[in-house]
Design a protein around this ligand. Sequence first.
Ligand SMILES: Cc1cc2nc3c(=O)[nH]c(=O)nc-3n(C[C@H](O)[C@H](O)[C@H](O)COP(=O)(O)OP(=O)(O)OC[C@H]3O[C@@H](n4cnc5c(N)ncnc54)[C@H](O)[C@@H]3O)c2cc1C
Length: 543
Amino acid sequence: MLQSSELKPVKHEKDSVVVYWMRNKDLRLTDNRALAHASGVAKTHSLPLIVLYVFSPSDYAAHDRSPRRIDFQVRQLRYLSAELAKLDIPLYTIEWSERKSIPSKLLEKLEEWNASALIGNLEYEIDELRRDTEIVQKTNKARKGGEGWKGETTFLADFCVVPPGEVLTKQDKPYSVFSPWYRNWSAKVSANPLDYIDDAGGVEANDKSARNHPVLKPMFEHKVPEKIKGWSLDAEDQKNMEHLWPVGEGVCEEVMRRFLKTKVRKQAFFEPPLHPGAQDAKDPKKDSKIGEYATGRNNVSLDGTSHISPYLAAGFISPRHVLRLTAELSNNKLPTDKSTGNGLATWISEVAWRDFYQHVLCAWPRVSMGRPFNLKYENVVWEHNDEHFQAWKDGRTGFPIVDAAMRALKAQGYMHNRCRMIVAMLFTKQLMLDWHLGERYFMEQLLDGDLGANNGGWQWSASTGCDPQPYFRIFNMTSQSEKSDPDGDYIRYWVPELKSLKGKAIHEPSASMSEKEILKLGYVMPIVDHATTRKRALARYKE
Ligand SMILES: Cc1cc2nc3c(=O)[nH]c(=O)nc-3n(C[C@H](O)[C@H](O)[C@H](O)COP(=O)(O)OP(=O)(O)OC[C@H]3O[C@@H](n4cnc5c(N)ncnc54)[C@H](O)[C@@H]3O)c2cc1C
């Protein structure tokens, strides 16, 4: 928790207001710690609540945000605005292009509105932590007799199941290896489910008189913009995204229900999570997607994972909520021992990875400043090859599984986890390109782009991160392809040039076909040779 100091109790005067600052990772009205707290403060002092959201295009640019992600958030904000209006609460949005001046502009607004409290959920990226710290420091200074807004500021931990700083070694140090961290994390969660996965509460309606409050009245006239200049999509992509990643009433719960209660389907492409025709599982613990997750999650031609990541990353649903829904399948217990091969336990451990990378971000802030976790690898010599970088982005590397995955990413703003590992491995080890470039490209494309998870995934692949893949274990693209897309359906869908290929040839056309034959299909030869580049990578890392 980050809070202004308790110098003098703040006076909640009768014409003041309470402000909940909604951020990019908590775009929901239920099970939301800061919103519930703000609503409680407003009720206790009989004050109206304002929900504030700040559009900050310069932050989006600095954090390589994907326009699709901004569009996704805008769609959700418009939905939330309508929901809040039913509760007589305004959702007021402001666009500020100067990100460094957000604290001072915000404090000016709070003074203008005569707000007595500002409440939000913490964001763990370094820029955001600095911004919130500046707000708290400025408030404290004003409350010690200085100029400026003198209300109460509170930022709460909400994004993780277990807040950063609570999973520590016996020596009170942060963990840098996932397995012991996970044992500690799961012991805490299982022992204190009420603390960690209980519903944090939501929002209560304002009194009807809020509609005539001098500060709130004009806010009810305010409309959340449909588009943010520089961050909007063309009409076709907008339609595509609305179809693949819908927002609105009950969407997240339904995405979860499909994962927990319906059967795995074979699909070489990713259908929207709310596609028609999902078949109910007989025994969800065994034959639903989650029941089969321990094995199904690595087959990229199955819809064997939840696809909840964009909704979790932008906080349309809380991680507590997804775990509660999972626990319902298991007598309200959370099975966490994944060594049993239990699908539920394996899935819970994946959700825990999300927490793990946030904990890493907080314990070692250098990872959100572009530096490797493992400083030993800070000076690995990377190649500078624009042609290879472009071929990777365009899905024209000559490695079919990589090309399929990269084309899927461009088309859908999403990529299967196994494919993320494969394409990142080719990028960092075989192409020997700087992982920062791949990390940035992912952020620009992904709907679920999140600094902690994305940086963690990239540094895992580049072997520079926390508990990474050791540098000498370099994926062989052909065997990865055979394991993750056994029938080649995923490749055939995304790389139609190869759809006539049968059997193993789909995974490595160049092993059985001449260059002329491959080019005739409209495909390309591999842009690098695995054996040569493997040696190069080993040498570079050793150096
Ligand atoms: C190079 C690379 C980059 C990645 N970038 C991101 C990113 O920007 N945002 C993101 O949310 N995930 C990222 N991941 C993790 C993972 O690929 C996605 O979370 C997952 O594919 C989302 O699909 P799903 O919701 O169906 O996952 P499921 O398999 O159903 O997993 C459930 C949830 O657990 C979390 N999760 C699962 N695996 C991981 C993981 N390895 N690290 C962190 N959280 C995880 C996600 O919130 C996910 O929605 C990345 C992985 C790699 C290797």
